[in-house]
Design a binder for this molecule. Structure first.
Ligand code: ZN
Length: 280
């Protein structure tokens, strides 16, 4: 582990693994029989050995979605679950070129001079992260229950950020692990493969409708945990966009952002409403 990787114990059988000073979180949930790792990060942290330090149980993986900052240590585990609607996203984000572009943009945003990141060992680290091998995965379905041994998880399909985004409900402990679907700062619906604002709004309403089943939300980024009241902000924010664009999707693609309360929804103007025949 690097100095800025952190493990936080949430309860006796639950851990949060923070990679790179909290850039992204993975969660380890242990039952009596086996443990699950919800997301495997960016590739800068050895999740296999971290999980091995925390539990002697066999560990399998659930990906909340197929983006590269959630899947990069999948290859270290035998069993990986992903919603099949994210197959295309996953395949792209396992590819060298996509990872390389992503890392390059990230470094640009961080204002790291190019000559600096081309230097070894920085470059070596990037190359290593970009060359993550593809891992085989098994499909998950909405409503599917996974038993850890005295601890049951339930999958809630929440398309929007990606078509196959899911949230994982830790039933007995009343926690919702939300991936990128519900974070403190906002949701990105402007990336390739993202669902419409209408699709996202429907997913948020589904989570709200089941709000009596959990007390806290544990996202993959930013503040953690967050309260269920964030769902209200997201619902209102999505509603605001839908009301401002009743005419449908604009042919001209523009990225826009709407805010409500504490959250922001970033979307493209050609992808506000579901397209006919493309219901999630
Ligand atoms: Zn994502």
């Amino acid at each position: 582990m690097k100095a800025n990787d952190t493990i936080t114990q949430i309860d006796r059988q639950t851990y949060c693994i923070e990679e790179d000073g909290g850039t992204v979180y993975g969660y380890l949930l242990c039952g009596a029989r086996r443990a699950v790792l919800i997301d495997t990060g960016f590739g800068g942290l050895d999740y296999r050995s971290v999980a091995g330090q925390l539990t002697a149980l066999p560990v399998f993986v659930i990906n909340t979605h197929g983006h590269l900052d959630h899947i990069s240590c999948n290859w270290q585990f035998e069993t990986v679950y992903l919603h099949p609607a994210d197959e295309a996203v996953y395949q792209e984000h396992c590819s060298y070129d996509v990872r390389r572009d992503f890392m390059t943009n990230l470094l640009r945003e961080a204002a790291v001079p190019e000559e600096q990141w081309l230097l070894s060992p920085f470059k070596e680290r990037i190359e290593k992260r970009c060359a993550i091998p593809m891992a085989a995965w098994r499909p998950l379905t909405d409503g599917e229950r996974l038993e850890l041994g005295g601890r049951e998880l339930e999958v809630i399909h929440t398309p929007g950020h990606t078509p196959g985004s899911i949230c994982v409900l830790d039933c007995a402990n009343r926690r919702l692990f939300s991936g990128d679907t519900v974070c403190a700062q906002g949701i990105l619906l402007n990336l390739k493969h993202c669902g419409s604002v209408e699709t996202f709004a429907r997913s948020i309403r589904r989570l709200s409708a089941q709000g009596d089943r959990y007390d806290s939300i544990w996202p993959a980024h930013h503040q953690k945990p967050i309260g269920k009241d964030y769902l209200h902000d997201y619902e209102m924010c999505a509603q605001k966009i839908l009301e401002s664009r009743p005419g449908g999707n604009e042919a001209a693609l523009r990225v826009e952002a709407a805010s409500w309360g504490r959250v922001q929804v970033v979307y493209t103007t050609d992808n506000v409403w579901d397209r006919t025949g493309c219901e999630p």
